[in-house]
Design a protein around this ligand. Structure first.
Ligand SMILES: NC(=O)c1ccc[n+]([C@@H]2O[C@H](COP(=O)([O-])OP(=O)(O)OC[C@H]3O[C@@H](n4cnc5c(N)ncnc54)[C@H](O)[C@@H]3O)[C@@H](O)[C@H]2O)c1
Length: 290
């Protein structure tokens, strides 16, 4: 199946950029959130990313500024922002990018099952949760799969395509083809908590969180030491601020529940999440953001 029109549900840290990736590949996309202000933030993010990407091409003298301006307008105009489901009647592929909570995801999948055509594939950008459980909220579990982008979606090339218990081979093939149309590299993963990347990444982060708290270290010193080692572009606490503390925290909790004490749930992160200091998206997390 070819994807002629797509949709993204949730215009937060991931959704705006995912819509931008789809629109940049020439495919019209609907971007939905629950409030117009969230939709507008997602659209603005998509516009900024597009402008930055095209600006780089101008700097490298691969295109003119005039070309960049017209391409930017074309890409941005392919994204339709909305708070309703009116434009979902003819979509072929939906990427759900709402918060990492099963009850929210199941509610969205149940709604998507009602409003999209029967052939449409319903995919989740979940970092760790069960695709099979999300599929149970629909009457088309064979057409539900994971489609996991990485932050920032406009730059990171990998997409994990995740197979739930009832996902059909045709769905997995269409999802892999769609990833390729988006100029991404798809890897097929089995349905285990955290899949591949977050199982590895959260395991490493767990050790950092555990030692920081056991030794009562300053998170900024920890970040500085790790960044200066030259192995990663930024320290893990700053990265967590960019990813969103609630998302990272819920993934850690889920992996701890699934695999036990080898995954650590940070007490400092729990306090910040409870105080609604979620990192860059709320202006404060481990760091203050302008
Ligand atoms: N943040 C990351 O780095 C990252 C990376 C890969 C995958 N993910 C996954 O992507 C998903 C979204 O994460 P995020 O960081 O973008 O979250 P976020 O909190 O930044 O954004 C979620 C958005 O969903 C919206 N929303 C909530 N309920 C909704 C509903 N019923 N309908 C439409 N919109 C709704 C919220 O208003 C918000 O704008 C999660 O499953 C997360 O695990 C996140």
């Amino acid at each position: 199946m070819f994807v002629f029109k797509a949709a993204v549900v949730g215009a937060g840290t991931m959704g705006g950029e995912i819509a931008q990736v789809v629109a940049s590949a020439g495919i019209p996309v609907v971007l939905k959130d629950v409030k117009q202000e969230f939709v507008d933030t997602g659209l603005e993010k998509a516009r900024q990313v597009t402008e930055a990407q095209l600006g780089n091409l101008v700097k490298k003298e691969k295109i003119t500024q005039e070309d960049a301006d017209s391409q930017r307008d074309e890409i941005v105009e392919r994204i339709t922002g909305t708070t309703g489901y009116e434009a979902f009647g003819d979509v072929d592929f939906v990427v759900e990018a709402v918060p990492e909570r099963m009850e929210i995801k199941q509610a969205v999948f149940s709604e998507l099952d009602e409003v999209t055509p029967g052939h449409a594939i319903l995919a989740s950008n979940t970092s760790s949760l069960s695709i099979t459980e999300m599929a149970e909220a629909t009457l088309r579990p064979d057409k539900v799969c994971g489609f996991h982008f990485f932050y920032p979606a406009s730059m990171m090339r990998l997409i994990e395509v995740i197979e739930g218990d009832d996902t059909s081979d045709e769905t997995l093939q269409t999802a892999s083809n769609f990833a390729q149309a988006l100029r991404k590299t798809a890897v097929r993963c089995g349905e285990v908590p955290g899949f591949v990347v977050n199982r590895v990444l959260t395991s490493a982060m767990s050790e950092v969180w555990r030692v920081t708290e056991a030794e009562d270290l300053d998170v900024k010193d920890v970040d500085k030491a790790i960044q200066e080692s030259g192995t990663v572009p930024m320290g893990p606490y700053y990265l967590t601020d960019l990813l969103g503390l609630d998302t990272v925290f819920h993934v850690a909790e889920h992996l701890h529940d699934s695999y036990g004490d080898r995954f650590y749930v940070s007490k400092r992160m729990r306090e910040l999440v409870e105080a609604k200091n979620l990192g860059q998206k709320t202006g404060k997390g481990f760091y203050e953001h302008g």
